[in-house]
Design a protein around this ligand. Structure first.
Ligand code: PLP
Length: 395
């Protein structure tokens, strides 16, 4: 018999994908402009022009056999070196090429890292609300998936809840800031306390707890003072899982990296584990054309002003219509309290107004919905009367 766990995973689409497919069919039926699809976190601003310029130049000037050939399994040394130097310039780190492992995006970074760390029976803790694939990746690596709620209303880290979720079996805690789905950036103070908590419990349980920081939205922050702190400052046993999917608007190109903190004692051992897990999973040698593109543009970011405008437009309007909204500081998601206890039925009712957004159930938060506002500003403008009508339908 084939693996029934994977059959089940393959048959049941995530509710985000399900809704996206519904939106596609609905657009074909009634016209694209009449459906307000806020389901998917697909960037709506183009990649910076330097990306296309780099692709053209690479294709025109490089030896095609080399350009389209294999690189070393963890990625081209020079590319990894450029990324490490860029991180050293921006953050308080002293990384080198041998701390960096190039991947096909954050999904691969997370899967590889979890497989490198987890022994069967270990526990992996995620903070609620969380990106739904964490559960899939953690369980596939052999871990028990454990959750800890964030603070009600603010969705900042709730250290007491996290403390109660830790156990002698905890191998790793995953954080994601700016957060999908809440848009919240975890405060510097909470990161410091988080580092202290993990240190305390690693000692108490005589079992090292690692911190995995999933950072595809690091550069998508709308006010400078909200910038997400770099986790290696607060905790030595940390690994950053990064992706260029959102910062450079390249989700289809599948490129990102893992950065292992070399302030961690025996970091080479963990890096070797990452190389081994990458090998075992077949995640070696990320696409070379995009490795070379990243070498040239890793210090660039897509123009995030449109996301900020969208956030302000949508947030102000929803608050005016009476919705309870967590003001997003980053990423391009808005977490909105459902107008009825069951967010699924709220999202169903929204479909009657051609509004497509995802119930919070998959993110571990049943009374909220996620609105992905990475859409054309016109879509938001046109959707506002529908949001108003939806709110009025509950009065
Ligand atoms: C929080 C989070 N982590 C990981 C990923 C996966 O990103 P990638 O496209 O780089 O695999 C996403 C994608 O939306 C995400 O939102």
């Amino acid at each position: 018999m084939i693996n029934q766990k994977n059959v089940a995973l393959g048959k049941v689409r995530s509710s985000i994908r399900e809704l996206y497919e519904y939106g596609k069919a609905r657009k074909a039926e009634i016209g694209e402009e009449n459906v307000f699809d806020f389901s998917l976190g697909n960037p709506s601003v183009p990649a910076p022009e330097e990306v296309n310029a780099a692709i053209k130049d690479l294709v025109d000037s490089c030896n095609p056999v080399t350009l389209h050939g294999y690189t070393s399994a963890p990625g081209d040394y020079d590319v990894r070196n450029v990324i490490a130097l860029d991180l050293n310039k921006r953050f308080n780190v002293n990384l080198n090429a041998n701390c960096i492992y190039l991947t096909c995006g954050a999904a691969a970074s997370l899967t590889i890292t979890l497989n490198a760390l987890v022994n069967r029976g270990d526990e992996v803790v995620a903070l609620v609300p969380y990106f739904p694939e964490y559960k899939v990746f953690a369980e596939n690596a052999g871990a028990k998936f454990v959750t800890a709620a964030c603070e009600k209303g603010t969705f900042q880290i709730d250290l007491q809840k996290l403390e109660s979720a830790l156990s002698p079996a905890t191998k790793a805690v995953i954080i994601n800031s700016p957060n999908n789905p809440s848009g919240v950036v975890y405060s510097r103070k909470s990161m410091i306390l988080l580092g202290q908590l993990l240190e305390k419990y690693s000692k108490r349980y005589k079992n090292r707890i690692y911190l995995i920081s999933d950072e595809p939205y690091r550069e998508l922050v709308y006010e400078k003072h909200d910038t997400s702190p770099y986790i290696t400052d607060f905790y030595a046993y940390s690994v950053v899982c990064y992706s260029y999917s959102k910062s450079l608007s390249l989700p289809g190109e599948r490129i990102g990296y893992i950065a292992v903190n070399n302030n961690m004692p025996d970091y080479e051992e963990l890096y070797a584990g990452i190389c081994g897990a990458g090998r075992a999973l077949g995640f070696v040698c990320a696409p070379n054309l995009f490795q070379q593109v990243i070498k040239r543009v890793c210090n660039k970011t897509a123009d995030i002003n449109i996301y900020k405008q969208n956030r302000d437009l949508l947030y102000n309007a929803l608050v005016e219509y009476g919705y309870e909204v967590v003001k997003p500081q980053g990423a391009f998601y808005m977490f909105v309290k459902s107008l009825e206890p069951d967010a699924k039925s709220f999202a169903e009712r929204a479909k009657k107004y051609e509004l497509l957004f995802v119930p919070g159930d998959d993110f571990g938060c049943k009374s909220y919905v996620r609105i992905a506002y990475c859409v054309a500003p016109q879509t938001i403008n046109n959707a506002l009367p529908q949001f108003k009508a939806l709110a009025e339908s509950y009065k």
